[in-house]
Design a protein around this ligand. Structure first.
Ligand code: HEM
Length: 456
């Protein structure tokens, strides 16, 4: 049963046309990819269509998803367009690496994201949140562009927690480069999808120049860090443990260029997605009556400063449910794309060789056959005791061997920042223009809504 829309209803704002020409799909991809998902994708377990001569399948069937992301993951790779669009910013770091190279990188990086590291992540987050709270308090309730500030915050946290780098000085310039790329030559065009991997498209040259400039900038930032003596993890890991991800990568003796690209990957992948998750969570908490009061009631009695944040985390149960629910309604990684190496069958759906399979959290998380009241913001779905979501119906961080390595990091960070802001401020939207999701590389807000933060 579906209830009537109320203040907690955030319906799908773009009904993609039922039948779309490839021209319309291509045009939408550059503007707002959400318009490419027809209403029946939210009703049916698989929707197949032809996209410029190649089969594209929007797959929501949980057993089919499990097959593709886990059981037969080896048969599926990232598409040429993903390499083309993300390569200039991520390089050949963990996200885009393949085969043995990927396995080695994942083995090196995983310990930095293990549960035992989350205490130290919490401390870094709390320290950065303290600075943010101080800055925002000084604004005295004036309108603030919170999204821009959150983007700097998440970049600073990734840099300090993973690389022991203080990049407060460089962060605005890095953000501006990223924004310029994503809004300009990083936007997909039809040729990005049509041209086989390895062949150039008209924007390749500009993207190559961007990549050189961007990686040189990252290399400059980590030069100072490279000069520091490395804790030697081989000597005695307990007495002299690696300090951070940087030490772990350096201990794995990877080359200088790879170190730069891996750093770029972690800074970018961990930054934009988490800032977006926080923005949506704050927007929803400010829009739906009662939500922030409940977070405040939980956070008020906790020490969320550097000394107490790690211990407070398990008590932020409702704040965590708000983050989980925001990630359901507005998943920053809105689409997980794979291309079949050879023909296969997934959940009863035939997948021809070279077909592109779209596993779309944006669709999956609002699927009418998988969720009750899918368009309603209802954090209680994720509270302890609630029936857990059906397996493979909730994938904000993907699944299987290529699932997000930073999921716990992102959750630790988002929950603590959300709770800390609401512990100190009452959050209000300063305008009444609704914020709509817009998908290019990630699921962004279509504009940066002005907020007012009033000290409690
Ligand atoms: C709310 C925040 C985040 C979201 C929604 C998110 C989402 C995702 C998703 C869906 C994938 C899988 C993509 C696929 O299978 O094609 C992924 C992979 C990845 N994420 Fe995240 N992520 C977040 C935060 C982070 C953070 C904080 C880091 C690191 C600091 C990070 C680093 C990565 C990397 C390196 C991969 C590639 C893993 C691999 O291929 O082995 N992410 N992320």
């Amino acid at each position: 049963m579906t209830t009537a829309p109320g203040p907690n209803s955030f319906p799908v704002p773009y009904a993609g046309a039922e039948r779309q020409s490839w021209r319309a799909i291509a045009k939408g991809l550059g503007r707002n990819a959400l318009a490419g998902f027809p209403p029946r994708a939210f009703e049916e377990m698989a929707v197949a269509r032809s996209f410029v001569g190649r089969q594209q399948i929007i797959l929501s069937d949980p057993s089919g998803i499990r097959h593709i992301l886990i059981e037969n993951a080896e048969n599926y790779r990232r598409t040429a367009s993903v390499f083309r669009l993300l390569g200039p910013v991520l390089g050949n770091g963990l996200f885009l690496a393949e085969g043995e190279d990927w396995r080695a990188q994942r083995r090196t990086a995983a310990p930095a994201f293990a549960p035992r590291m989350m205490g130290s992540v919490a401390e870094h987050v709390a320290r950065a949140s303290d600075r943010l709270v101080g800055e925002l308090a000084a604004q005295g309730g004036a309108e603030v562009n919170l999204f821009a500030r959150l983007q700097l915050l998440t970049l600073e946290i990734a840099a300090t927690a993973l690389f022991s780098l203080d990049i407060a000085g460089e962060a605005p310039a890095l953000r501006s480069e990223m924004r310029g790329y994503a809004g300009g030559i990083g936007r997909p065009t039809l040729l990005d999808f049509l041209t086989p991997r390895g062949l150039p498209v008209p924007r390749s040259w500009a993207r190559w120049r961007f990549r050189r400039r961007w990686m040189a900038r990252i290399a400059g930032i980590i030069a100072a860090r490279r000069a520091e003596p490395m804790a030697n993890p081989l000597a005695n890991p307990l007495a002299d443990p690696p300090r951070d991800l940087f030490d772990m990568m350096a201990a794995a003796a990877i080359g200088k260029r790879r170190l730069v690209e891996e750093t770029a990957t972690m800074l970018v992948a961990g930054q934009e997605t988490t800032a977006i998750a926080l923005l949506w969570s704050l927007y929803l908490a400010a829009s739906v009556p009662g939500v922030q009061e409940r977070i405040f009631a939980e956070a008020a009695r906790l020490d969320l400063g550097p000394a107490g944040a790690a211990a407070a985390l398990p008590h932020l149960v409702y704040a965590r449910a708000v983050i989980d629910e925001a990630l359901r309604l507005c998943p920053p990684a809105f689409s997980i794309v794979r291309q079949a190496r050879s023909a296969d069958e997934a959940g009863g759906v035939m997948i021809p060789a070279r077909a592109v399979v779209l596993i779309v959290p944006w669709v999956l998380h609002r699927h009418h056959r998988l969720w009750r009241d899918p368009d309603n913001f209802d954090p209680s779905r994720f509270l302890p005791g609630a029936e857990p979501p059906a397996r493979f119906s909730y994938l904000p961080f993907g699944a299987g061997p290529r699932a997000c390595v930073g999921a716990q990091f992102a959750l630790t960070e988002s929950v603590l920042v959300l709770a800390r802001l609401i512990q100190v401020f009452r959050i209000e939207l300063a305008g009444d223009r609704p914020v709509l999701p817009l998908a290019t590389i990630t699921l962004q807000p279509d504009h940066s809504p002005p907020f007012r933060l009033l000290p409690r």
